[in-house]
Design a protein around this ligand. Sequence first.
Ligand SMILES: *Cc1c(COP(=O)(O)O)cnc(C)c1O
Length: 362
Amino acid sequence: MIKFLDLEKVNNRFRNEIDSKIKKILDKGWYLQGEENDSFAKNFAAYCGTKYAVGVANGLDALRLIIKAHGFGDGDEIIVPANTYIATILAITDNGCTPVLVEPDINTYNINPDLIEEKITPKTKAIMVVHLYGQAVQMQKIWDLAKKYNLKVFEDAAQAHGAMYQGRRTGNLSDAAAFSFYPGKNLGCMGDGGAVTTNSEEIYLKIKALGNYGSDRKYHHIYKGLNSRLDEIQAAVLDIKLPHLDADNNRRREIAKYYRENIKNPKVILPQTYDEAAAVWHIFAVRTQNRDMFQQYLLNNEIQTLIHYPTPPHKQPAYAEWNNLSFPITEEIHKTVISLPMSPVMTNTEVQKVVEVINAWK
Ligand SMILES: *Cc1c(COP(=O)(O)O)cnc(C)c1O
């Protein structure tokens, strides 16, 4: 069976380093807010090119904290792609803000910047972009709009560690960016983890405090905060894996290139990229009208795939108030999309087999 993602194989490459690091942490007996967090935050900020990074408990919290730190709440509108994982939307509604959904470009799956301006109202506070599947959003038009209407820009970079736009990395393309280190992400830990990157000292300090009960020092609480911290073991694992992220992303690019050049089945639509070298291919999503049959066919041929995602946020029971809304491009993507096996540990033989099997699909 060709796995969608062989996580055991991914992390086994670092087994010795992780083993000895965990031993060290056990010997030391310090589990939260210590050296490992400081080191990883420093290294991750340097990697993204930002002044600051702060570890938090997960990607959803990173998103929630960004909105909270900017003081946005009741009645404030945040523009966001309709075509995203539900976490992006949950972070907005959790803060009492209103998500204003915008359709994506069907070829890149990312928010269509040309459809944003018509959604801006006096209540609009920010544009939250999502670098979906590892391809950075084309930010220029979004920066221009933000300037024109005095809006903040945020990134959901949970699928795009290391991806670039105009030579700058995601995480450094906005006022603040959220990362997830969920195990299957391009940079993943061994449980839940997340981070916020920013160039604003004020936002950095505020998020650091907000994630630690709103305290700026022990037992002194300046905000009504929450508990959202990255633990030392996860920070240490991430620090071990970070130096290998670029090599891993390059391997993903090689696989994506091979898929894009060799998959030739008229029933299978390939993803488009505006800058092949810059995307990090967290997910390689193709589209086909007979998605369920295609998935079963691949499974019969020992190829595991996943669907990212079967139902868009506005059709979820949790957002019943939107269930009658229509976002035809988003819905078409969710109906037809399927994610092929993609990971830095896939072998050439496996990649070739995926292509052969797809090309033989009738
Ligand atoms: C994974 C993901 C998140 C949430 O990250 P968690 O760490 O699982 O909370 C948010 N947005 C997108 C686009 C994601 O893929």
